[in-house]
Write a protein that binds this ligand. Structure first.
Ligand code: GLC
Length: 551
């Protein structure tokens, strides 16, 4: 597989680097940091959407797929970025939001103006007899998934915000438009594509039942056919193009098809089950400590089944929709460095393609804002209103948002200890996390023991040792309730990864002969290799055994 030794870095442009002092990051800012990304060692940068958009959902509400949002820069800036990235051996991956468009898109405007052809680009439906929405489906951002459009006299479907109208993929015209967008950006030199919530593009029956409606449109009836067609008509024409689909509430069975070798759909998939292990009764806005055993089981199941089915996982803890993993599964105070490194080790040595979300590589943490006015995210504000309605107190809501809001991941990248963490000379669109003087790139670069150095080592490990890119995954210590361990095996080389997820010393019997294993990477000085190991808080070890270990 051409992408198994690659590492992908996700940029949230609005919060990455502001070259103009507007308070919002921009493309020129990204260009100015390409040397840093090369130093880190990544192969691709995925930029979340930079297309023209009213920014109701920070660019995931696209109003024009062919033009750049002016606050980010110009087409020329994008061309320069692609060329400059290429010079440094970095490919650019764009984010294709094809499940929906903004209601400011001209297609939607034409639909509302009465053009029947464009009405068929979306789902306009009559309400039921008493004027209620056509189904009881719930929007992922809260409330009904239908909005009444008086000019059309019908409701339109929006699985996300009401300004994000779902596209009708059964309409061949829509499918052609989407392939044309991909081809346009391929023509500009874009080498990879991430497809936003792409397993929701095929809607099944428009029916109501006692649930939120997910089952009618998740991994819908024609989704595989649509992806195969998109593949054939666009990115599939270039064998080096890397694609990843964001799969919402999907199943392994479907992912074997989405990301299976020779299935002609996508290179790999993001799935999210492992990031719901701290949702109480499946509710994102109800807190509970994370279920380690459940987390391990999910990671292992996906590893094993995708391997058995010859399919490929995208590996990640963080993105722009998730609170920071070090605050969530680690300990961002006493063991900030150790736990950030441990979490990185788990992901980077698994079978799949690791993704790093900006700031993760220096151990950035949740921001935990102390007032609702500091939050910018539409989902967080909707959750705030819904929790208020339910009678939850202000303090408790802020505690929940402090752990769960997407804005925890969207605070500005912490470049140095100067004002606004070196992100902007103006006023940042969202407040900088308070710990920027302690956690920043400049400081990390000077520290041999930094989280950043650990990420650099992990990236190099994948590049130097085929076993990490291609080896078989074998679970270890299945029953252990505090330690996650596995092997990667290729020929006579094996890599053993052992990680303690807790702030206590954990003893484990590795159950295998440890002779010949050498420590390749650890997050503590002087690690001891033994069949019976006592792992220190958040200790992680990468051990390697081979006839000819290359350093
Ligand atoms: C995806 C994006 C998220 C966005 C949503 C709707 O989940 O990652 O940021 O809000 O799709 O486009």
């Amino acid at each position: 597989m051409s992408f198994c030794d690659k590492v992908i870095y996700q940029i949230y442009p609005k919060s990455f680097c502001d070259s103009k002092g507007t308070g919002c990051g921009d493309i020129k800012g990204v260009i100015s940091k390409l040397d840093y990304l090369q130093y880190l060692g990544v192969d691709f940068v995925w930029l979340t959407p930079i297309f023209c958009s009213p920014q109701k959902d920070n660019g995931y509400d696209v109003a024009d797929y062919y033009n750049i949002e002016p606050s980010y820069g110009t087409m020329e800036d994008v061309e320069t970025m692609i060329a400059e990235a290429d010079k440094r051996g970095i490919g650019v991956m764009f984010d294709m939001v094809f499940n929906h468009t903004s209601t400011s898109h001209e297609w939607f405007a034409k639909a509302v103006a009465g053009d029947k052809a464009y009405q068929d680009y979306y789902f306009f439906r009559n309400g039921d007899r008493v004027g209620k929405p056509p189904t009881n489906w719930v929007s992922k951002f809260g409330g009904s998934a239908w909005e009444y459009e008086p000019k059309v006299g019908k409701h339109y479907l929006h699985l996300f915000d009401k300004t994000q109208a779902d596209l009708n993929w059964t309409n061949p015209q829509v499918r052609q438009e989407m392939a044309a967008v991909v081809n346009f950006w391929r023509g500009k030199g874009v080498k990879g594509f991430r497809f936003d919530v792409v397993n929701l593009i095929s809607k099944g029956a428009f029916e109501s039942d006692g649930t939120d409606g997910k089952r009618f449109y998740t991994d819908g009836p024609r989704v595989h056919r649509h992806l195969q067609e998109l593949n054939k008509d666009s990115f599939g024409q270039d064998p080096d193009c890397v694609t990843v689909g964001e799969m919402s509430s999907t199943t392994i069975q479907h992912c074997l098809q989405y990301a299976g070798a020779g299935k002609n759909e996508l290179s790999m998939v993001f799935s999210f089950h492992h990031l719901k292990v701290d949702y109480k009764d499946g509710n994102k806005w109800a807190l509970k400590p994370f279920d380690f055993v459940g987390l391990k089981q999910l990671l292992f199941d996906w590893q094993i089944w995708m391997q058995e089915g010859d399919a490929w996982n995208a590996l990640f803890w963080n993105n722009h929709d998730q609170p920071r993993a070090v605050s969530r599964f680690g300990n961002d105070e006493k063991y900030g460095k150790q736990s950030a490194k441990m979490l990185a080790t788990v992901i980077h040595c698994l079978r799949g393609t690791p993704y790093i979300y900006q700031g993760e590589e220096i151990g950035m943490t949740n921001a935990c804002f102390e007032g609702i006015e500091k939050y910018k995210d539409v989902e967080s504000h909707n959750a705030y209103a819904l929790l208020k309605e339910k009678g939850v107190g202000e303090k408790e809501i802020l505690r929940i948002l402090g752990e769960r809001s997407r804005d925890n991941a969207r605070t500005p990248m912490q470049w140095d200890g100067s004002k606004n963490a070196g992100f902007t000379a103006g006023t940042p669109w969202i407040e900088v996390c308070k710990n920027y003087k302690k956690i920043n790139v400049k400081k990390s670069k000077k520290d041999k023991d930094s989280v950043l150095e650990h990420y650099r080592s992990l990236i190099q490990l994948r590049k130097k040792h085929k076993v990490i890119a291609e080896g078989r995954f074998v679970p270890l210590l299945d029953g252990h309730k505090r330690v996650l361990a596995y092997l990667r095996v290729l020929g006579d080389v094996s890599v053993m990864v052992v990680c303690n997820f807790f702030d206590t010393v954990e003893v484990c019997d590795m159950g295998v002969d440890m002779a010949g294993y050498k420590v390749f990477l650890s997050n503590y000085k002087k690690s001891v290799v033994h069949r019976h190991m006592a792992l220190r808080p958040y200790e992680s070890l990468v051990l390697m055994k081979s006839q000819d270990i290359r350093e």
